[in-house]
Design a protein around this ligand. Structure first.
Ligand code: SF4
Length: 447
């Protein structure tokens, strides 16, 4: 799509830059649809657009820095291309006043919870840039979803959001302040989104949320939802993300054993294993419970791999607490581990706690745990070599194909590079792992 501002007869165009996690990608898709409905057209890159929207992230300090840098870069771009710059999402929710005061180049900002009204908000703010939409055509809308920075529909996977917000109140986390209380989507709307994504070419659906197992609270609504989604015609792989490590996840694991389409993948962020640190983080669980939870996951799907995360340096954390994480990693051997240095976020209870550690000490602790994990990772990699896995082809280029084992989530985990150009995107089959790099692997397509 070309930039339209110079041609009076063409509608204006938009591009969405998405930062942060897959949940933001789903929100950007919702904005994309809303903007199309108001008659804007997608642009192929930010420079070519009349409206450049940035969907921001502020989950941790690094994410905030990346957001600010992206806004500053986009201001430079805006000066060259005379476009309107719109900042939305978590950072806009948190720092709306600072954006208004310090960044006059930002033409409009709005926070979370309004993604599906983006078109209407832009139209009311910039009425002269909108032409009347005579007839809204769903077929055109489906075809246009290939552009504007939202590329999921050209891939064999798609994200479907089942809820937003969170009621847990972990003391390090700003998300409940930004996204509000937990609200779940109806089963019908999740099924509709799933069907739409599959009709557009997805074979894998990743269900995302801030807190997946909170869906339906203490009822079996989540189990029912997963069963219903797994039965949607054309769906081949169902991946569940963000499972809080508690009894509900334990119950959910029984379904893993019963539904073949559920990917052999458990993503459960532990954040710590020391009972006292978890308590001060306002989270539940402890070493032995987490170990038994992960053992159960591996027993219901023997090939399953686990992704988890830890926050190092929370106020009051002792060296023994860090040793406990290291012991856990060596003992339980989660295949994929994210490590975050704790950084206090204004507006959270953690920021008010005593016992803050120096940044240098926090980095030291992160490095200690990382070293322990990298040792485990060598064994994890070595154990994969020579093994054959169920897989899906994500991308094919002149060099060959990017293939993903079902043990790996799209855009998050490792991939297998295969020198085979005859494969098709979305093709299912088996890949043998032949060797590995730091994270990714090289392999051979075997059927
Ligand atoms: S469960 Fe905790 S870490 Fe996750 S979104 Fe909710 S408050 Fe944040």
């Amino acid at each position: 799509m070309v930039k339209s501002s110079s041609t009076e007869t063409l509608p204006k165009s938009f591009y969405i830059t998405t930062l942060g996690c897959p949940k933001n990608t789903v929100d950007s898709m919702s904005m994309h649809q809303s903007l199309l409905k108001e008659g804007l057209l997608p642009a192929n890159d930010p420079e070519a657009s009349d409206f450049h929207l940035i969907n921001t992230c502020t989950f941790i300090q690094d994410a905030t820095k990346e957001t600010i840098q992206t806004i500053l870069d986009s201001i430079d771009l805006k000066k060259k291309s005379n476009q309107k710059l719109v900042v939305v999402g978590c950072f806009a929710e948190r720092a709306g006043k600072e954006i208004s005061d310090d960044l006059p180049e930002v033409d409009l900002h709005f926070g979370t919870g309004k993604y599906d009204q983006a078109g209407d908000i832009l139209k009311k703010t910039f009425p002269l840039d909108f032409k009347e939409v005579k007839e809204f055509n769903e077929d055109i809308l489906e075809r246009l979803t290939l552009s504007s920075g939202i590329e999921n529909y050209s891939k064999p996977y798609s994200y479907v959001k089942i809820s937003d917000g969170c009621n847990r109140g972990c003391h390090f986390c700003i998300i409940p302040n930004l996204r509000g209380k937990f609200q779940d989507s109806s089963e019908e709307s999740v099924l509709n989104e799933t069907r739409k994504a599959i009709a557009a070419g997805a074979k894998e659906i990743c269900l995302v949320s801030q807190d997946t197992v909170f869906y339906g609270k203490d009822t079996d609504k989540l189990l029912h939802l997963i069963e219903s989604v797994s039965e949607v015609k054309g769906l081949e792989i169902l991946r569940l993300l963000y499972l809080y490590p508690d009894k509900k996840t334990e119950k959910l694991l029984d379904l893993y054993g019963k539904i073949d389409k559920i990917a052999p993948y458990l993503e459960s962020p532990l954040q710590h294993v020391s009972k006292s640190v978890l308590k001060s983080m306002n989270r539940t669980g402890e070493y032995s419970y987490f170990k038994s939870l992960f053992e159960k996951a591996r027993s219901v799907k023997p090939d399953l791999e686990i992704r988890t995360s830890f926050i190092l340096g929370f106020p009051g954390e002792t060296k023994d607490d860090v040793d406990e994480i290291i012991r856990f990693i060596q003992d339980v051997k989660p295949e994929k581990v994210n490590l975050f240095p704790y950084s206090p976020q204004d507006g959270t209870k953690g920021a008010l706690l005593e016992g803050k550690l120096k940044d240098k000490e926090i980095s030291k602790r992160v490095n200690l745990v990382r070293d322990a994990y990298l040792e485990v990772l060598k064994d994890v990699h070595q154990a994969r070599v020579g093994r054959t896995y169920d897989a899906i082809v994500d991308e094919v280029t002149e060099e060959g194909a990017t293939v993903r084992r079902l043990q790996d989530a799209p855009e998050i985990d490792e991939v297998v590079f295969v020198e085979n150009k005859s494969l098709r995107v979305g093709q299912r089959g088996k890949v043998r792992v032949d060797s590995f790099f730091e994270l990714d692997m090289a392999g051979t397509w075997v059927n």
